[in-house]
Design a protein. Structure first.
Length: 171
């Protein structure tokens, strides 16, 4: 559902429920995701920028993503994922997240909770260089709390309350 805030911005609420997604990776391997649920809202999305982006995409023009990101950020958009969950091999993964932008500043917070260590559910994450280490065990689950902030006064990435230094700048 979408509604118009004013003539310049849109709000979207998206609800999605899928019972089963199957994918045969190889003839001997079948991946199944069950009970996928998504509930998210996008607020303060620039109507004109979205229309221009859609127009370029429909014309086969490769859009300038930096330009569009700057245009979208000018309206202080927000994304709120109230729920994103699914099951794989009878193990559930849940996530919620909130991203807010104010001019060129932004903040993002997300929590991922899994019944199983991620690399057991998705073996390809082994190639992500120790992705499992970012999850801590809590109440029999694997949990990652992620916080990203890039403002004039503060720039950080925190995982489970600890600063993460990747040797890169958020600028």
């Amino acid at each position: 559902m979408q509604n118009l805030n004013n003539n310049k911005t849109l709000n979207f609420n998206i609800l999605l429920n899928i019972d089963n997604i199957s994918n045969e990776i190889t003839p001997d391997s079948k991946e199944e995701i069950k009970d996928l649920k998504l509930n998210l809202s996008l607020n303060q999305i620039s109507k004109e920028t979205l229309e221009n982006l859609n127009k370029e995409l429909n014309q086969g023009i490769k859009p300038n993503l930096e330009f569009y990101l700057t245009e979208f950020l000018a309206f202080n958009p927000s994304l709120n994922i109230q729920e994103f969950s699914f099951s794989k091999n009878k193990k559930e993964i849940k996530m919620n997240a909130n991203i807010q932008a104010f001019n060129r500043d932004y903040q993002a917070k997300a929590t991922i909770i899994s019944d199983e260590i991620i690399s057991k559910l998705f073996p390809s994450t082994i190639f992500m260089g120790g992705f499992d280490e970012y999850f801590i065990q809590k109440d029999g689950k694997y949990v990652m709390d992620l916080s990203i902030s890039d403002t004039k006064n503060d720039s950080h990435i925190k995982i489970n309350g600890n600063d993460l230094n990747l040797g890169i700048s958020l600028d």
